[in-house]
Design a protein around this ligand. Structure first.
Ligand SMILES: [Cu+2]
Length: 219
C-alpha cells in the first residue's frame, strides 16, 4: 500500500511534499535543517493514526549550529523514543486509546534489562521524542532533578529544575541531569498506567560505568 513521510523539522506544504508514494515508486524532497530541535517524523498517509499506531515513526535531531550551551559539560548522551503498541491494524483499539504496551525504543522493559550506563558525578543528556500516537509523556527520572530541559530540543526553550517534563504526543525534548550516587535510576513516564505497560528504562550508575549486574549486551 502507499505510504508517505511527515517530518516535523520541516517548512513544507504537506500537500506537495508529504504525499503518498505507491509501492515500487520513489519520492524525494529536500529541506533546510535550520531549526534546531528533537523532532518526530512519521508516515502521514490516511488514516495517520493507523500508520503511526503500526509503528511508522522515528526521531530527527537537528543540532544547533553552535551546539547546545554547556555541551562540554555533558558526559553521556542517549536517545529515547516513547510510543504505544496496539494490535496491528486494530484501528478501533487505536481510537479507544488503550495501548497494549507503552515502550521506550520499541520494546517493553528492554532498557530495564539492558540499562543505560553512567558513572557517579556524570552529566547525562537525553534526546526524547514522544511518538504517541495518543498518550502524553510525563517524562521523569527517579532519583534526580532535570536541571535543564529544552522543550522540543530548542536551546531558546530552556527550563530549569523540573521534576517531570511534559512531552506531548508528537513532541520532543532535550533533558539534562546529573547522577551523584551509584545505583539504578528508573526513567519512566509518570503516567504510571503507561510505565506499567513497559515504558521504564534504567540508568545504571556504577563506579566504572559498566553493567555489572545486568546481562551482557547481545544476550
Ligand atoms: Cu504509512
Amino acid at each position: 500500500m502507499q505510504h508517505s513521510v511527515d517530518l516535523h523539522a520541516v517548512h513544507a506544504a504537506p500537500s506537495k511534499k508529504f504525499i503518498d508514494v505507491m509501492p515500487n515508486e520513489e519520492g524525494e524532497f529536500t529541506y533546510m535543517a535550520d531549526t534546531p530541535g528533537v523532532f518526530m517524523y512519521h508516515c502521514g498517509t490516511q488514516p495517520v493514526l493507523l500508520h503511526i499506531g503500526n509503528g511508522m515513526y522515528g526521531m530527527i535531531i537537528v543540532e544547533p549550529k553552535d551546539g547546545y550551551p554547556g555541551d562540554a559539560s555533558v558526559d553521556r548522551e542517549y536517545t529515547l523514543v516513547q510510543s504505544e503498541w496496539y494490535k496491528e491494524n486494530d484501528y478501533d483499539a487505536m481510537l479507544g486509546e488503550a495501548p497494549e504496551y507503552v515502550v521506550f525504543n520499541g520494546s517493553d522493559f528492554a532498557l530495564s534489562k539492558h540499562p543505560l550506563l553512567a558513572k557517579p558525578g556524570e552529566r547525562i543528556r537525553l534526546y526524547v521524542v514522544n511518538a504517541g500516537p495518543n498518550e502524553v509523556s510525563s517524562f521523569h527520572v527517579v532519583g534526580t532533578i532535570l536541571d535543564r530541559v529544552f522543550a522540543d530540543g530548542n536551546p531558546a526553550n530552556v527550563q530549569r529544575g523540573l521534576q517531570t517534563a511534559l512531552i506531548p504526543a508528537g513532541g520532543g525534548a532535550v533533558v539534562e541531569f546529573t547522577v551523584l550516587e551509584e545505583g539504578d535510576y528508573p526513567i519512566v513516564t509518570h503516567q504510571f498506567k503507561d510505565a506499567a505497560k513497559g515504558a521504564v528504562a534504567v540508568l545504571r550508575v556504577t563506579k566504572d560505568g559498566t553493567d555489572h549486574g545486568g546481562m551482557p549486551m547481545g544476550h
